[in-house]
Design a protein around this ligand. Structure first.
Ligand code: GDP
Ligand code: IMO
Ligand code: MG
Length: 419
């Protein structure tokens, strides 16, 4: 069996959680391969709304197996809070959720370092989620990290050594902090994690594939936040692209099957960094209000703008996307016209390929299409689509050269049209 990957093509929050939940019945297992509690994946069904951060979005569909892979960074305190909230609402996870022993731990001091580095950057700050993601991955790469498997033996000493290093840096940055407060929740989280199956997930997933089980890998963040290919340095600290599923789960590239690339019918970004199609006007504000574009992790207002086909083509290329999924078309239901950025202009020159760096000197070149002015939220099949909506979908498929297989017309599980 092959493993399919679902990932974001823009700056995150495309609707990955919703679609993973919708697709889970077709799979035996769902696995997260990168990121951590910087993610906020929202699912809505039966008039209830859930936001998942570290737990895979397959958790609500029956007895499916869910895995937190080695590429993820895990904060035990936040994990405990998330898992306990799910238990209270009747979803017991201990038998259905497995955690890789090779996943790295986010320490309380990683969160402090995240805040200290952001403060030191001043106006140039990344606008991180403040969850300690960058410092945790920094320690992983510099071979100073602690892994989930470390909690099984002699952990206190390993923890004390790591924290001593962090405290020296925090002191050097003159950063004031109260570690004791954070530590009590964190150690409660460490104890809590021990009741879960801590596994060698690369063996487990490959064995499952060999036994004919199907796996869906769930991305976090989006391609434009990828550490290598995103709008560096305004990115997250992991490989969010399809290659990240290989390293983040221990899967060989030839085991990858479909690659689902998910995008909104427009575009959003939260945090700092360039965003060529951003709208600072009433149209952007309308997108924000109708799309309820407020961050699910930090509550920050998301910046909104038109769809960026230059960036999407680049994302499709680096991921090898085989099927597209378009979300939130309903947000544009009332618009007279819809714009799509098909190229950039910089110093009078037209740019068709996503450049090394995007900055304020880049101007989007738009084509304008008529809006559909129809309520899409109750639609059940593509036969009901208004002509203008069909035209928008056809236009995107032609530009992007990949079929759009799923169209989402509302936040609920049911508001999903599979073509
Ligand atoms: P993720 O991080 O990619 O899982 O996305 P988020 O959950 O952070 O953000 C997507 C938001 O859009 C959530 O509030 C979803 O409930 C909502 N959503 C998903 N699909 C649709 C859709 O088709 N229409 C509308 N209006 N909202 C949607
Ligand atoms: P999901 O999975 C949107 C952004 C932050 C910041 C940058 C770096 O819900 O799509 P970090 O805390 O990762 O060091 O922050 O990345 N960011 C996200 N934006 N959705 C996310 O996740 C994000 N995770 C991180 O806002 O700009
Ligand atoms: Mg999100």
């Amino acid at each position: 069996m092959k493993i399919d990957v679902l990932l974001g093509l823009q700056w995150g929050d495309e609707g990955k959680g919703k679609v993973v939940d919708v697709l889970t019945p077709e799979y035996d297992m769902v696995a997260r391969f990168q990121g951590g509690p910087n993610a906020g994946h929202t699912l809505e069904f039966e008039d209830k709304k859930y936001v998942l951060r570290s737990i895979p979005s397959g958790i609500f569909q029956g007895e499916k197996c869910n895995v937190i892979g080695n590429g993820v960074v895990l904060d035990p305190a936040l994990f405990k809070a998330e898992a306990e909230a799910l238990s209270v609402s009747g979803h017991d996870l201990t038998k259905r959720l497995y955690i890789s022993k090779k996943a790295h731990l986010i320490l309380p001091t990683h969160r402090l370092l995240d805040a200290a580095y952001e403060a030191a950057k001043g106006d140039a700050k990344v606008g991180t989620t403040g969850k300690g993601i960058g410092p945790a991955y920094t320690d992983k790469i510099s071979r100073n990290g602690l892994r989930v498997g470390d909690i099984l033996s002699n952990f206190e000493q390993k923890y004390a050594e790591a924290v001593a290093k962090h405290e020296r840096i925090l002191k050097g940055l003159n950063f004031n902090y109260d570690l004791k407060n954070l530590e009590s929740d964190w150690f409660a989280g460490i104890e809590y994690i021990k009741q879960f199956e801590l596994i060698d997930s690369e063996h487990f997933i490959n064995q499952q594939l060999s036994a004919g089980k199907s796996v869906l890998a769930e991305g976090a963040q989006g391609t434009m936040l990828d550490i290598d290919f995103g709008s560096y340095p305004f990115v997250t600290s992991s490989n969010t692209i399809s290659a990240g599923a290989c390293t983040g789960l221990g899967i060989a590239p030839n085991k990858i099957g479909e690659i689902f690339g998910i995008f909104k019918a427009y575009c959003t970004r939260v945090g700092s960094g360039p965003f060529p199609t951003e709208l600072h006007d009433e149209t952007g504000e309308t997108m924000c209000q109708l799309g309820r574009e407020f961050g699910s992790v930090t509550g920050r207002k998301r910046r909104c703008g038109w769809i960026d086909i230059v960036a999407l083509k680049y994302a499709i290329m680096v991921n090898g996307v085989t099927q597209l999924i378009m979300m939130k078309s309903d947000v544009l239901d009332g618009f007279e016209t819809i714009k799509a950025c098909v190229a950039y202009k910089q110093n009078g020159e037209v740019i068709n390929d996503f450049p090394y760096e995007i900055d304020d000197t880049i101007e989007p070149i738009y084509v304008e299409l008529p809006g559909w002015k129809t309520d899409m939220t109750k639609m059940k099949s593509e036969d009901e689509f208004p002509l203008e909506y069909k035209n928008y979908v056809d236009f995107l498929e032609k530009e992007l050269n990949v079929p759009i297989k799923i169209l989402s017309v509302g936040p609920d599980r049911e508001q999903t049209i599979i073509r």
